[in-house]
Design a binder for this molecule. Sequence first.
Ligand SMILES: [Zn+2]
Length: 386
Amino acid sequence: MRSLPNGTNGTEGLRAQNLSQILTMVHRNGPLSRSELTRRSGFNRSTVGALVSALTEKNLVRETEPPVGGRVGRPSPIVQANPDVAVIAVNPDIDALTVGVVGLGGHVHARVRRETRGIPSLDDAVGLTQEIVAGLEPTLAGLDRLLGAGIALPGLVNAGTGRVLVAPHLGWHDADLTGPFGGALGLPAVAANDASLGSLAESIFGAALGVDDAVYLNGSASGIGGGIVSGGAQLVGSRGYGGELGHTLVGPAGRACHCGRAGCLDAEVRLERLLEAAGLDGGGIEALERVLSGDPPEAVRVEADRQLELLAVALTDFVNIFDPELIVLGGFLGSLVAFRGEQLAKAVNAGSLAGRVTVRRAALGPELLLVGAAELAFQPLLASPS
Ligand SMILES: [Zn+2]
């Protein structure tokens, strides 16, 4: 292979970098005027114009004329990431499999949650994903491009290799995820831990936007996972398995945890026990949400209060260790925040040494993990739009 002359290579590399910067900006911030892009990027007006034209030609952004009137001078066109450039997002869990079609800008075109009979095996999950995606054909037909697939899994996943080391509640061990899912969908696939992706999604589009120090906890049917943003960067650990905040001890004399210890947050604070208290057999987070937002029966209130108390014990530890500005709770933990968030924040602030932290529910709701999985799948395009 003949290499390009240095000059060309350098210019091309720089241009690719600039395209990446502009596309990422409109993807993450939503529609921006050309003049706002000029201000934020620090490029001059004609450079921004050329970059936007190049991205428009590739159909990655769309330009619209701004509304007429009001301002003096020539109005600046509005640039928006093309939501019809999309990926498939997949979130397998012990009670259900959720599949979404997510476009640039975090736009969720479709979301399908299918309850499973029993805990799905990896083969079951791949087969069910294929079936759901086949049913989404009308949505897919309306897209401009389908780029790939992202998988958010409750377990220890090496995002670099796409392998799961262990997903304890699903019972999946040391398996390749991206090969089977990608093969079944005919798309390149990527995978990572669900809570890390939830944390990423909330940092880009949700409650932790612009926050440099945040602790994020996600509660799914499988259990509790975490993500830590410190000094603006995600803490991932030496092998990418960091942030397993669910295995924080909240009651040493408590229930046995699958990790071998007893009294972990993950063993004590559980969705199925809230559903059981409500007399429900399934329905997931959305069913719990309906119970908590109405007038919940005594048994549900008692169980929710017990779980909130133990959650406060763990969150107090996280505040002492990480000194976050914000704690974001997603999944059914978000439902508990909606139920008694003030009480939770009060307990955490009273218990921690350094004082005030804000406790907020994840903003992306049931779309959270899908948007996170999609973000991972969009990364190659955002890094190199050309
Ligand atoms: Zn444990």
